[in-house]
Write a protein that binds this ligand. Structure first.
Ligand code: SF4
Ligand code: SF4
Length: 94
């Protein structure tokens, strides 16, 4: 079973996706971006096909904000490109 960046103890308790070849995986959906870790690089904005992120200025720093978190499909593209691993994500319970 593949999952995003989250540790999942009991995969059966969570919503699971399936690849074309039938492999199970557990999507993890964005909750928020940890502004302390985010360096404002903007890579998440570039790779997210669902328009979840926006770069905003916070305390004179550029940071990513999950302005459309409800659009997330949990594919994990943003986690793969975020070097400081600033996203906080969770799988969805069944
Ligand atoms: S990829 Fe990570 S570090 Fe870069 S803006 Fe997005 S959340 Fe911040
Ligand atoms: S998991 Fe996918 S859809 Fe969700 S915020 Fe990241 S890139 Fe966008």
């Amino acid at each position: 079973m593949k999952s995003c960046c989250c540790r999942i103890e009991d995969a059966a308790a969570y919503y699971q996706g399936e690849t074309k070849s039938g492999e199970k995986w557990t999507p993890a959906f964005i909750e928020y971006v940890d502004a302390e870790k985010c360096n404002g690089c903007g890579m998440c904005v570039k790779v997210c096909s669902r328009g979840v992120y926006e770069i905003q200025e916070l305390n004179r720093r550029k940071v990513s904000v999950a302005v459309n978190a409800g659009n997330c499909v949990g594919d994990g593209s943003c986690h793969m490109v975020c070097k400081p691993k600033a996203m906080v994500c969770v799988p969805r319970r069944i």
